[in-house]
Design a protein around this ligand. Structure first.
Ligand code: ADP
Ligand code: MG
Length: 338
Protein backbone atom coordinates (compact mmCIF):
# COMPACT_ATOMS: atom_id res chain seq x y z
CA UNK A 1 0.00 0.00 0.00
CA UNK A 2 1.36 3.41 -0.97
CA UNK A 3 1.53 6.22 1.54
CA UNK A 4 0.78 9.14 -0.74
CA UNK A 5 -2.70 10.61 -1.03
CA UNK A 6 -4.09 13.85 -2.41
CA UNK A 7 -5.16 16.42 0.21
CA UNK A 8 -8.86 17.17 0.39
CA UNK A 9 -9.98 20.51 -1.07
CA UNK A 10 -10.63 22.35 2.15
CA UNK A 11 -7.20 21.45 3.49
CA UNK A 12 -5.49 22.40 0.22
CA UNK A 13 -7.31 25.76 0.31
CA UNK A 14 -6.25 26.37 3.89
CA UNK A 15 -2.65 25.78 2.93
CA UNK A 16 -3.00 28.22 0.02
CA UNK A 17 -4.62 30.70 2.40
CA UNK A 18 -1.41 30.63 4.41
CA UNK A 19 0.28 32.38 1.50
CA UNK A 20 -2.30 34.99 0.55
CA UNK A 21 -4.39 35.56 3.67
CA UNK A 22 -2.09 36.77 6.39
CA UNK A 23 -4.37 39.20 8.20
CA UNK A 24 -7.61 41.20 7.83
CA UNK A 25 -5.87 43.64 5.46
CA UNK A 26 -5.11 40.77 3.02
CA UNK A 27 -8.81 39.97 2.80
CA UNK A 28 -9.67 43.60 2.15
CA UNK A 29 -7.01 43.72 -0.57
CA UNK A 30 -8.28 40.60 -2.33
CA UNK A 31 -11.95 41.61 -2.12
CA UNK A 32 -11.38 45.18 -3.30
CA UNK A 33 -9.19 43.94 -6.15
CA UNK A 34 -12.01 41.63 -7.20
CA UNK A 35 -14.36 44.62 -7.16
CA UNK A 36 -11.92 46.61 -9.28
CA UNK A 37 -11.59 43.75 -11.77
CA UNK A 38 -15.41 43.70 -11.98
CA UNK A 39 -15.39 47.31 -13.29
CA UNK A 40 -16.92 48.79 -10.14
CA UNK A 41 -17.30 52.57 -9.99
CA UNK A 42 -17.91 52.53 -6.27
CA UNK A 43 -16.51 50.26 -3.55
CA UNK A 44 -17.39 50.56 0.13
CA UNK A 45 -15.39 48.71 2.77
CA UNK A 46 -16.93 48.36 6.23
CA UNK A 47 -15.12 46.67 9.08
CA UNK A 48 -15.77 46.06 12.74
CA UNK A 49 -13.10 45.45 15.35
CA UNK A 50 -10.29 46.11 12.84
CA UNK A 51 -11.63 43.43 10.53
CA UNK A 52 -11.42 40.77 13.25
CA UNK A 53 -15.15 41.18 13.85
CA UNK A 54 -16.29 41.50 10.26
CA UNK A 55 -15.17 42.72 6.85
CA UNK A 56 -17.79 43.76 4.34
CA UNK A 57 -17.10 44.92 0.79
CA UNK A 58 -19.95 46.27 -1.33
CA UNK A 59 -19.46 47.07 -4.99
CA UNK A 60 -21.53 48.08 -8.00
CA UNK A 61 -19.57 45.95 -10.44
CA UNK A 62 -20.42 43.19 -12.90
CA UNK A 63 -21.62 40.70 -10.29
CA UNK A 64 -21.44 36.92 -10.58
CA UNK A 65 -24.05 34.87 -12.42
CA UNK A 66 -25.93 32.36 -10.24
CA UNK A 67 -24.47 29.45 -12.25
CA UNK A 68 -20.95 30.61 -11.45
CA UNK A 69 -21.38 31.32 -7.77
CA UNK A 70 -20.24 27.99 -6.32
CA UNK A 71 -17.46 27.80 -8.88
CA UNK A 72 -16.10 31.20 -7.83
CA UNK A 73 -15.23 29.60 -4.47
CA UNK A 74 -13.39 26.65 -6.02
CA UNK A 75 -9.63 26.64 -6.26
CA UNK A 76 -8.08 27.74 -9.57
CA UNK A 77 -11.49 28.91 -10.77
CA UNK A 78 -11.25 32.28 -12.46
CA UNK A 79 -12.96 34.25 -15.21
CA UNK A 80 -9.80 36.23 -15.87
CA UNK A 81 -7.38 34.01 -17.73
CA UNK A 82 -7.89 30.82 -19.65
CA UNK A 83 -4.67 29.96 -21.37
CA UNK A 84 -0.93 30.04 -20.87
CA UNK A 85 -0.76 32.90 -23.34
CA UNK A 86 -3.07 34.99 -21.13
CA UNK A 87 -0.73 34.52 -18.20
CA UNK A 88 1.84 36.71 -19.92
CA UNK A 89 -0.70 39.42 -20.68
CA UNK A 90 -2.55 39.79 -17.42
CA UNK A 91 -4.51 43.05 -17.27
CA UNK A 92 -6.56 42.27 -14.17
CA UNK A 93 -5.58 42.35 -10.51
CA UNK A 94 -6.53 38.71 -10.03
CA UNK A 95 -5.97 35.62 -12.18
CA UNK A 96 -4.94 32.83 -9.83
CA UNK A 97 -8.45 31.94 -8.71
CA UNK A 98 -7.24 31.52 -5.16
CA UNK A 99 -8.59 34.41 -3.11
CA UNK A 100 -12.21 33.40 -2.59
CA UNK A 101 -11.52 29.71 -1.82
CA UNK A 102 -8.65 30.71 0.47
CA UNK A 103 -10.73 33.25 2.38
CA UNK A 104 -13.69 30.88 2.61
CA UNK A 105 -11.48 28.09 3.98
CA UNK A 106 -10.44 30.10 7.05
CA UNK A 107 -13.60 32.09 7.80
CA UNK A 108 -17.36 32.42 7.45
CA UNK A 109 -18.36 34.05 4.15
CA UNK A 110 -21.72 35.36 2.97
CA UNK A 111 -22.00 36.76 -0.54
CA UNK A 112 -24.95 38.26 -2.36
CA UNK A 113 -24.45 39.14 -5.99
CA UNK A 114 -26.35 39.96 -9.16
CA UNK A 115 -25.40 40.72 -12.74
CA UNK A 116 -27.15 43.33 -14.88
CA UNK A 117 -29.23 40.69 -16.66
CA UNK A 118 -29.88 38.08 -13.98
CA UNK A 119 -31.60 37.93 -10.60
CA UNK A 120 -29.64 38.08 -7.40
CA UNK A 121 -28.27 35.05 -5.62
CA UNK A 122 -26.62 34.50 -2.28
CA UNK A 123 -24.26 31.91 -0.90
CA UNK A 124 -23.05 31.11 2.60
CA UNK A 125 -19.86 29.15 3.26
CA UNK A 126 -18.31 28.19 6.56
CA UNK A 127 -14.75 26.89 6.78
CA UNK A 128 -14.79 26.27 3.02
CA UNK A 129 -18.03 24.24 2.97
CA UNK A 130 -21.20 25.53 1.34
CA UNK A 131 -23.89 25.94 4.01
CA UNK A 132 -26.62 27.32 1.75
CA UNK A 133 -27.27 28.94 -1.59
CA UNK A 134 -30.48 30.69 -2.59
CA UNK A 135 -32.03 33.39 -4.78
CA UNK A 136 -31.86 36.83 -3.16
CA UNK A 137 -32.89 40.37 -3.93
CA UNK A 138 -29.95 42.43 -5.09
CA UNK A 139 -28.96 45.35 -7.26
CA UNK A 140 -26.27 44.51 -9.83
CA UNK A 141 -22.99 44.18 -7.98
CA UNK A 142 -21.56 42.15 -5.15
CA UNK A 143 -21.86 42.39 -1.38
CA UNK A 144 -19.60 40.08 0.59
CA UNK A 145 -19.18 39.74 4.36
CA UNK A 146 -16.38 37.81 6.04
CA UNK A 147 -16.61 36.96 9.74
CA UNK A 148 -14.91 34.54 12.14
CA UNK A 149 -11.57 35.03 10.45
CA UNK A 150 -9.09 32.23 11.26
CA UNK A 151 -11.64 30.48 13.50
CA UNK A 152 -10.22 27.13 12.39
CA UNK A 153 -6.54 28.11 12.21
CA UNK A 154 -5.70 29.13 15.80
CA UNK A 155 -2.00 29.65 15.04
CA UNK A 156 -2.88 32.36 12.50
CA UNK A 157 -5.23 34.00 14.94
CA UNK A 158 -2.53 34.13 17.58
CA UNK A 159 -0.06 35.70 15.17
CA UNK A 160 -2.27 38.74 14.58
CA UNK A 161 -1.11 42.01 16.09
CA UNK A 162 -3.12 44.49 18.17
CA UNK A 163 -6.41 45.78 16.70
CA UNK A 164 -4.73 49.18 16.14
CA UNK A 165 -1.96 47.57 14.09
CA UNK A 166 -4.41 45.50 12.07
CA UNK A 167 -6.52 48.60 11.41
CA UNK A 168 -3.49 50.55 10.25
CA UNK A 169 -2.55 47.78 7.78
CA UNK A 170 -6.11 47.75 6.57
CA UNK A 171 -6.29 51.53 6.18
CA UNK A 172 -2.97 51.49 4.37
CA UNK A 173 -4.11 48.99 1.76
CA UNK A 174 -7.41 50.83 1.13
CA UNK A 175 -5.49 54.09 0.74
CA UNK A 176 -3.02 52.58 -1.74
CA UNK A 177 -5.79 51.01 -3.80
CA UNK A 178 -7.55 54.39 -3.89
CA UNK A 179 -4.30 56.10 -4.99
CA UNK A 180 -3.90 53.49 -7.70
CA UNK A 181 -7.51 53.95 -8.89
CA UNK A 182 -8.56 57.61 -8.54
CA UNK A 183 -11.43 57.04 -10.97
CA UNK A 184 -13.16 54.66 -8.53
CA UNK A 185 -14.96 55.97 -5.43
CA UNK A 186 -13.58 53.99 -2.50
CA UNK A 187 -14.52 54.34 1.16
CA UNK A 188 -13.47 52.76 4.44
CA UNK A 189 -15.68 52.74 7.52
CA UNK A 190 -14.49 51.28 10.80
CA UNK A 191 -16.98 50.56 13.61
CA UNK A 192 -19.36 53.09 12.07
CA UNK A 193 -16.75 55.84 11.64
CA UNK A 194 -15.77 56.84 8.13
CA UNK A 195 -11.97 56.83 7.97
CA UNK A 196 -11.52 57.55 4.30
CA UNK A 197 -13.47 58.36 1.17
CA UNK A 198 -12.34 59.17 -2.35
CA UNK A 199 -14.61 60.90 -4.83
CA UNK A 200 -13.87 58.64 -7.78
CA UNK A 201 -13.60 61.61 -10.15
CA UNK A 202 -10.12 60.74 -11.42
CA UNK A 203 -8.44 63.56 -9.52
CA UNK A 204 -5.30 62.05 -7.98
CA UNK A 205 -4.40 65.27 -6.15
CA UNK A 206 -7.70 65.07 -4.27
CA UNK A 207 -7.05 61.47 -3.24
CA UNK A 208 -3.59 62.45 -2.00
CA UNK A 209 -5.13 65.33 -0.02
CA UNK A 210 -7.79 63.02 1.46
CA UNK A 211 -5.10 60.63 2.71
CA UNK A 212 -2.18 62.84 3.66
CA UNK A 213 -3.96 66.14 4.29
CA UNK A 214 -4.55 69.32 2.30
CA UNK A 215 -1.13 70.74 3.28
CA UNK A 216 0.61 67.79 1.65
CA UNK A 217 -1.75 67.94 -1.32
CA UNK A 218 -0.67 71.53 -1.98
CA UNK A 219 2.99 70.62 -2.12
CA UNK A 220 2.67 67.91 -4.76
CA UNK A 221 3.72 68.43 -8.36
CA UNK A 222 2.88 66.50 -11.48
CA UNK A 223 5.43 64.32 -13.17
CA UNK A 224 5.32 62.79 -16.61
CA UNK A 225 7.70 60.94 -18.84
CA UNK A 226 7.51 58.43 -21.66
CA UNK A 227 9.62 56.36 -23.99
CA UNK A 228 8.84 53.54 -26.40
CA UNK A 229 8.03 51.08 -23.61
CA UNK A 230 6.87 53.02 -20.57
CA UNK A 231 4.70 55.94 -19.59
CA UNK A 232 5.28 57.49 -16.18
CA UNK A 233 2.71 59.78 -14.54
CA UNK A 234 1.88 60.87 -11.03
CA UNK A 235 2.45 63.34 -8.25
CA UNK A 236 5.55 63.83 -6.13
CA UNK A 237 6.25 66.21 -3.27
CA UNK A 238 8.39 69.31 -3.63
CA UNK A 239 11.82 68.67 -2.07
CA UNK A 240 10.86 70.79 0.94
CA UNK A 241 8.16 68.28 1.92
CA UNK A 242 9.74 65.07 3.15
CA UNK A 243 9.02 62.22 5.52
CA UNK A 244 11.24 60.01 7.65
CA UNK A 245 10.28 56.81 5.83
CA UNK A 246 9.68 55.43 2.35
CA UNK A 247 6.14 54.48 3.33
CA UNK A 248 4.72 57.56 1.67
CA UNK A 249 5.85 56.39 -1.73
CA UNK A 250 3.19 54.53 -3.71
CA UNK A 251 4.20 52.76 -6.87
CA UNK A 252 1.62 51.39 -9.27
CA UNK A 253 2.09 49.44 -12.47
CA UNK A 254 -0.89 49.55 -14.81
CA UNK A 255 -2.84 50.70 -11.75
CA UNK A 256 -1.75 47.72 -9.65
CA UNK A 257 -0.18 48.73 -6.34
CA UNK A 258 3.22 47.05 -6.17
CA UNK A 259 6.47 47.18 -4.28
CA UNK A 260 9.75 47.34 -6.08
CA UNK A 261 13.00 48.36 -4.47
CA UNK A 262 14.79 49.55 -7.60
CA UNK A 263 11.92 51.73 -8.76
CA UNK A 264 11.49 53.23 -5.30
CA UNK A 265 15.19 54.03 -5.37
CA UNK A 266 14.71 55.65 -8.78
CA UNK A 267 12.12 58.01 -7.28
CA UNK A 268 14.53 59.04 -4.53
CA UNK A 269 17.34 59.35 -7.08
CA UNK A 270 15.27 61.81 -9.06
CA UNK A 271 15.65 64.30 -6.22
CA UNK A 272 19.44 64.15 -6.46
CA UNK A 273 21.01 66.13 -3.63
CA UNK A 274 17.77 67.94 -2.84
CA UNK A 275 16.76 65.34 -0.22
CA UNK A 276 18.54 65.14 3.09
CA UNK A 277 19.91 61.76 4.13
CA UNK A 278 17.18 59.71 5.78
CA UNK A 279 14.39 61.85 4.33
CA UNK A 280 11.99 60.63 1.66
CA UNK A 281 9.36 62.23 -0.56
CA UNK A 282 5.62 61.67 -0.66
CA UNK A 283 4.95 60.23 -4.10
CA UNK A 284 2.40 58.43 -6.20
CA UNK A 285 3.97 57.15 -9.38
CA UNK A 286 2.11 55.10 -11.96
CA UNK A 287 3.83 53.26 -14.75
CA UNK A 288 1.84 52.21 -17.78
CA UNK A 289 3.40 49.45 -19.80
CA UNK A 290 2.65 46.52 -22.02
CA UNK A 291 1.70 43.71 -19.58
CA UNK A 292 4.17 41.59 -21.50
CA UNK A 293 7.00 43.54 -19.81
CA UNK A 294 5.99 42.66 -16.28
CA UNK A 295 5.71 39.35 -14.46
CA UNK A 296 3.17 39.65 -11.67
CA UNK A 297 3.27 35.96 -10.93
CA UNK A 298 6.34 36.09 -8.68
CA UNK A 299 4.50 36.44 -5.39
CA UNK A 300 1.12 34.91 -4.44
CA UNK A 301 -0.18 38.25 -3.19
CA UNK A 302 1.25 39.82 -6.40
CA UNK A 303 2.87 42.57 -4.38
CA UNK A 304 6.31 42.02 -5.83
CA UNK A 305 6.73 42.08 -9.57
CA UNK A 306 9.57 41.37 -11.93
CA UNK A 307 10.23 43.77 -14.77
CA UNK A 308 11.97 43.51 -18.10
CA UNK A 309 14.00 46.59 -19.05
CA UNK A 310 14.17 47.74 -15.45
CA UNK A 311 17.31 49.91 -15.83
CA UNK A 312 15.63 51.83 -18.67
CA UNK A 313 12.58 52.45 -16.47
CA UNK A 314 14.75 53.51 -13.53
CA UNK A 315 16.26 56.23 -15.73
CA UNK A 316 12.92 57.35 -17.05
CA UNK A 317 11.45 57.74 -13.55
CA UNK A 318 14.48 59.52 -12.13
CA UNK A 319 14.53 61.91 -15.10
CA UNK A 320 10.81 62.63 -14.94
CA UNK A 321 11.17 63.61 -11.29
CA UNK A 322 14.35 65.62 -11.77
CA UNK A 323 12.64 67.53 -14.53
CA UNK A 324 9.49 68.18 -12.49
CA UNK A 325 11.27 69.51 -9.43
CA UNK A 326 13.50 71.65 -11.62
CA UNK A 327 10.48 73.48 -13.03
CA UNK A 328 7.79 74.38 -10.56
CA UNK A 329 5.02 75.61 -12.81
CA UNK A 330 3.34 72.22 -12.75
CA UNK A 331 1.64 72.52 -9.37
CA UNK A 332 -1.71 70.76 -9.75
CA UNK A 333 -4.90 72.56 -8.96
CA UNK A 334 -6.85 70.44 -6.46
CA UNK A 335 -9.95 71.13 -8.56
CA UNK A 336 -8.20 69.94 -11.67
CA UNK A 337 -7.59 66.46 -13.08
CA UNK A 338 -4.13 65.27 -12.09
P1 ADP B 1 -9.31 35.67 -9.27
O1 ADP B 1 -9.58 37.08 -8.85
O2 ADP B 1 -7.86 35.33 -9.26
O3 ADP B 1 -9.97 35.31 -10.56
P2 ADP B 1 -10.90 34.96 -6.94
O4 ADP B 1 -10.93 33.74 -6.11
O5 ADP B 1 -10.52 36.23 -6.26
O6 ADP B 1 -9.93 34.68 -8.17
O7 ADP B 1 -12.32 35.15 -7.61
C1 ADP B 1 -12.85 34.11 -8.42
C2 ADP B 1 -13.81 34.65 -9.49
O8 ADP B 1 -14.98 35.16 -8.86
C3 ADP B 1 -13.25 35.82 -10.28
O9 ADP B 1 -12.48 35.39 -11.39
C4 ADP B 1 -14.53 36.54 -10.71
O10 ADP B 1 -15.06 35.98 -11.88
C5 ADP B 1 -15.49 36.27 -9.57
N1 ADP B 1 -15.58 37.41 -8.61
C6 ADP B 1 -15.02 37.49 -7.39
N2 ADP B 1 -15.33 38.65 -6.78
C7 ADP B 1 -16.14 39.33 -7.62
C8 ADP B 1 -16.80 40.62 -7.59
N3 ADP B 1 -16.71 41.44 -6.53
N4 ADP B 1 -17.55 40.96 -8.66
C9 ADP B 1 -17.66 40.15 -9.74
N5 ADP B 1 -17.05 38.94 -9.84
C10 ADP B 1 -16.30 38.53 -8.81
MG1 MG C 1 -9.26 37.85 -6.96
Amino acid sequence: MGKIHQLDNVLANQIAAGEVIERPASIVKELVENSLDAHSRRIDVLVTNSGLGSIRVIDDGDGIAADDLQLAFKRHATSKISSRKDLFRVQTMGFRGEALPSIASVADVKMTTATADSDGHSIHLHGGKVVSEKPALSRPGTDVTVTELFFNTPARLKYLKSPQTELSHLTDIVNRLALANPEVAISLTSDGHELFRSAGNGNLAQVVAAIYGIQVGRKMIKISGADNDFKVTGLVSLPELTRASRQYITLTINHRYVRNFQLTKAIIQGYGSKLMVGRYPVAVVNIDLDPFLVDVNVHPAKREVRLSKEPQLVNLIANAIAQAIGQRNLIPDVGDKA
